[in-house]
Every structure is written in structure tokens, then in C-alpha cells.
Design a protein around this ligand. Structure first.
Ligand SMILES: [Zn+2]
Ligand SMILES: [Zn+2]
Length: 324
């Protein structure tokens, strides 16, 4: 497991066996992801697929460009893919005055076309005008320098290929067996993953409002566990976020606090991991020392868990690859 970035400004992790490599989430620009992979000694050309947990921007910011550049498939649940496509296809709502203008313009164009003997196209109809999608492309400084075909430029939601998986149903990419599990979070169909290959099991569980029984079950017998420890409750309460955002973070579909993570480690965790990586730490509402302390205290009551090494994933730089 190589955590390239973790936090509310971008998430991305490489999971690999000796034969297969997958990128889980692409929440930084393609250029930044490439840079971080180089720093961590990971070869982007060796990636076999990209796997997406949910459609929030901090998990998909570089997805389209990255997948097209590498020409690799992207694995989503179907609702998450649809939500991502909607996000990538901005639609503009016309005001009544703008709509009338547009209708008028089209009328004139039809009249002109008719005068020249051409058939008016069906796309010129008034209903099409109302539903007119904004044709302005989403600007992305990471579009590759070599020009892509016009079709791709025009459609930022195009991907080399898309594969669907279902939460709760195991599937494989190469020799990595992947079990996605549903997490409680305010996205359309968010999930965490358990990865198994060559006798080792790794899991990734961030972006969850609380620890439901299915997640506790999924996180058994894991060798490397990337687990959310998002915020310190006091720092969040006194912190800079508006009240509505604080409510969202604290809700059952928000993020795990240091306390909630510690409670899981103390009460439900089976202690099997060699490495626990605390991730998705909030930069505004947490301090790495607080997250570490809470987790260490939770484990300290269990002498058999002292072999667990706790690492802190970072927003600004990749972690050293964790190898088993
Ligand atoms: Zn997130
Ligand atoms: Zn999220």
C-alpha cells in the first residue's frame, strides 16, 4: 500500500500485489498524482486500473485525465459512475429572458436556413433550447500536451473503459480479489474496500459517518488498514467551519472523529494489522498528534495490539510504500 495523499483536499492510494497494481481514487490532478508516484517509486505505466470509492471531488479530481492518459479501465458502482458523469457534464439553467433570446435567435437561424433551402435540424427545437447544456469545457490544466481527438476534448466524462461492481460482491482485478463494502457517507453509493492477494489483506475505510456493523465485520483479519481519523471533536466545534458544515461532518453520513476511531480500535478491532494508517485527517479540525494519541491510547489497553504500528497519512506528500 502506497498512500499518495489523504485528506479533504485529495485522496489516492496505490494497492499492489507482485503482478497487479490498482489506484484507489484519483483525488489530485493527474500531474500531481504522477509526481507523487515518482516520489514514492511507483510507476504510473504499471497501473492496471483505477478504482473509485465515491464521487466527491477529493476522490475524483484527476480521474478523467489520469484514466485517459494511462488508457486504463475505471471501476465504479453504477450510481457513482452516473453521479460522476453528471458532475463532469455541467448544465446551465437559462433565465426566462435568456431562453426567449435563444428562441428568437433560433427562429432567425431557421428562417435563414429555410431561405437558403436547407432543412432545419431537429436540435433547433425549443425544448432542446431549454435543456441546452453549457458547451464550455471544464478547464483542466492537466490535459496532456499531445492533443486528444476532438471527441474526447468535448466530453470530459469520457473514459477508456468503465467496469461496474456492486457493494458486497467480490470481484477481481488481476490477482487482487476485491470486496467492496457500503459505508455511511453523503455520496450516492460510497464504499470501502478489502483487498486480498498472495495471502495478505489490506483494507481502506475512510469517509464514513460512523462504524456500522458491516464495516466492523469487513475490517477483520486485515494486515494493513487505512482508517479514517478525520477530526478532533473539540477542534471541530471551536474551528472555522460554518455551523452547517460542522453538522455535516458530525452527522451519521459525515466523517469519523478521532474518538469514534479510537472506540472502534478499543472495542471492535481484532488487532490483526501490522500497520494501521490513520487517514483523511482534517487540516482545519485535527492535529496529527491528537489522532495518533487517541489511537495509541485505544490500543494501549490491549497488550497484544502493541505490535500494531500506527502511521499517519499525509495530505501534502506520499507515505513510504508499506510492504508485507
Ligand atoms: Zn473524502
Ligand atoms: Zn467524501
Amino acid at each position: 500500500m502506497t498512500v499518495l495523499a489523504s485528506g479533504s483536499k485529495g485522496n489516492s492510494t496505490v494497492i499492489s500485489s507482485s503482478r497487479t497494481r490498482v489506484l484507489v481514487d484519483a483525488g489530485l490532478s493527474c500531474r500531481e498524482l504522477m509526481k507523487r508516484m515518482a516520489i514514492a517509486g511507483e510507476d504510473p505505466a504499471a497501473l492496471d486500473a483505477i478504482l473509485i470509492t465515491h464521487e466527491h471531488q477529493d476522490h475524483v479530481a484527476g480521474l478523467g485525465v489520469m484514466a485517459r492518459k494511462l488508457g486504463i479501465p475505471v471501476y465504479f458502482t453504477e450510481p457513482t459512475h452516473r453521479a460522476w458523469v453528471r458532475m463532469m457534464t455541467p448544465r446551465r439553467t437559462l433565465s426566462y429572458a435568456e431562453w426567449m433570446d435563444q428562441v428568437q435567435r433560433e427562429k432567425e437561424e431557421r428562417a435563414r436556413a429555410a431561405a437558403q433551402g436547407a432543412e432545419p435540424g431537429i436540435c433547433d427545437s425549443m425544448s432542446a433550447a431549454v435543456e441546452a447544456a453549457s458547451s464550455e469545457p471544464v478547464e483542466d490544466p492537466d490535459e496532456p500536451e499531445t492533443p486528444e481527438p476532438a471527441r474526447v476534448k468535448a466530453d470530459p466524462a469520457s473514459l477508456p473503459s468503465v467496469e461496474y461492481f456492486l457493494s458486497g460482491r467480490q470481484f477481481s482485478i488481476g490477482d487482487i480479489e476485491i470486496t467492496p463494502f457500503t459505508i455511511p457517507h453523503d455520496a450516492v453509493d460510497p464504499c470501502g474496500f478489502v483487498f486480498e492477494a498472495e495471502g495478505a489483506r489490506m483494507a481502506l475505510a475512510t469517509d464514513l459517518g460512523y462504524m456500522p456493523p458491516n464495516v466492523k465485520m469487513a475490517l477483520k483479519k486485515i494486515d494493513v488498514l487505512l482508517l479514517e481519523s478525520n477530526h478532533d471533536l473539540e477542534m471541530l466545534k471551536d474551528g472555522p467551519y460554518p455551523w452547517s458544515v460542522k453538522q455535516r461532518v458530525l452527522s451519521r453520513v459525515g466523517h469519523l472523529s478521532n474518538l469514534a476511531t479510537a472506540e472502534f480500535l478499543e472495542q471492535d478491532y481484532d488487532g490483526s494489522a501490522s500497520f494501521i494508517v490513520l487517514g483523511h485527517l482534517s487540516e482545519s479540525n485535527n492535529a496529527p498528534e491528537l489522532a495518533r494519541l487517541a489511537a495509541e491510547q485505544a490500543l494501549s489497553g490491549h497488550p497484544k495490539l502493541l505490535g500494531n504500528r500506527i502511521l499517519l497519512a499525509e495530505q501534502g506528500s506520499p507515505l513510504e510504500p508499506i510492504c508485507l
